[in-house]
Write a protein that binds this ligand. Structure first.
Ligand code: CP
Ligand code: NVA
Length: 313
């Protein structure tokens, strides 16, 4: 594996599957790993809010015998623009063994990784959210027994960190993915992501189909997994809300849409969710939803990730 984990597209198919396999073992046999990171410290840098990421990383480190430090950028010299990213990363990496950061700009996390001696994990940027997809794919494999050959339908904001990482994940493991979003570059997945995903498919000679559409019913037809995400990601200004709600409402995941997917389709969402917006309450709280398995799996997959990056496994 590369030194850092900034995007799923940096993993090989074998590395991706090995991470999920290790996460399954960590879930089944947590005690086996309770001293694996004894004496190690994880620095957790946050420029945006979080429930799951913060708690799962810190708990994960504790369960592996290590220690996690929560560091809110609004209280740091970097947050006040007084200290550069390179000085921050160079300094911090002389103290700690591994760093995770949730930042606005993807370029900033790349810069952080460049100047850090120790592995850096992307815990969400505006561009991608690779840790989330590890958890999602573990949950999907638990529910469906496989990944290759399934079809995942994503409805809503396509120009979105979670969407981008799902596209890489699907390409890596031979899954079809159909993204239905409003027309226009503001809402569709970024071209560079599509190109990278097609390169991954070519590299593995896989049969993954990547479908972009503006028609939700086309995307969900025959889907094994239906997914959506917030229309108001952390980086979207509140002033855009009214316009976005109007544009995204036809892409809401509701009963009518779920009926078009396969009968045994599961519903996933990275959370936080707004019921009545991107998904209705009867779907997210209904029998097809596996959203809390996904949330739980953040813990297991990130423990696996830290063990691999620190070369303990
Ligand atoms: N899914 C996710 O990353 O949640 P948080 O924003 O609560 O960390
Ligand atoms: N797309 C969402 C994901 C939250 C975990 C956001 O960036 O806010």
């Amino acid at each position: 594996m590369e030194k850092d984990f900034l995007t799923l597209s940096s993993l090989s198919r074998e590395e991706f599957i090995a991470l999920l396999d290790l996460a399954d073992d960590l879930k089944k046999n947590p005690k086996k790993y309770s001293n694996a990171l004894q004496g190690k410290t994880l620095l957790m840098i946050f420029e945006k809010p979080s429930l799951r990421t913060r708690i799962s990383f810190e708990t994960g480190m504790t369960q592996l015998g290590g220690h996690g430090i929560y560091y809110d950028l609004s209280t740091s010299p970097l947050g006040k623009q007084k200290e550069s990213i390179s000085d921050t990363a160079t300094t911090a990496s002389r103290y700690v063994d591994i760093i995770m950061a949730r930042l606005f700009s993807h370029q900033h996390i790349e810069e952080m990784a460049k100047h850090s001696r120790v592995p850096v994990i992307n815990a969400l940027t505006d561009y991608s959210h690779p840790c989330q997809i590890l958890a999602d794919f573990q949950a999907i494999r638990e529910a469906k027994g496989k990944l290759a050959g399934l079809k995942l339908a994503y409805l809503g904001d396509g120009n979105n960190n979670v969407t981008h990482s799902l596209i890489f994940g699907a390409a890596l493991c031979g899954m079809d993915i159909a993204v239905a979003s409003p027309k226009g570059t503001d809402y569709e997945p970024q071209k560079e992501v599509m190109k990278k995903a097609h390169d991954i498919i070519k590299k593995y000679g896989s049969k993954s189909k990547l479908i972009l559409t503006n028609e939700p019913s086309e995307a969900v037809k025959n889907a094994d997994i239906v997914c959506t995400d917030s229309w108001m990601s952390y980086h979207i200004p509140e002033s855009e809300k009214e316009d976005r709600v109007k544009k995204f409402m036809p892409f809401q995941v509701n009963e009518k849409i779920m009926k078009l997917a396969k009968k045994d389709a599961v519903f996933i969402h990275c959370l936080p969710a707004t019921r009545g917006m991107e998904v209705t309450a009867n779907i997210i709280d209904g029998a097809q939803s596996i959203v809390f398995d996904e949330a739980e799996n953040r813990l297991h997959t990130q423990k696996a990730l830290m063990l691999k990056l620190l070369k303990v496994k």
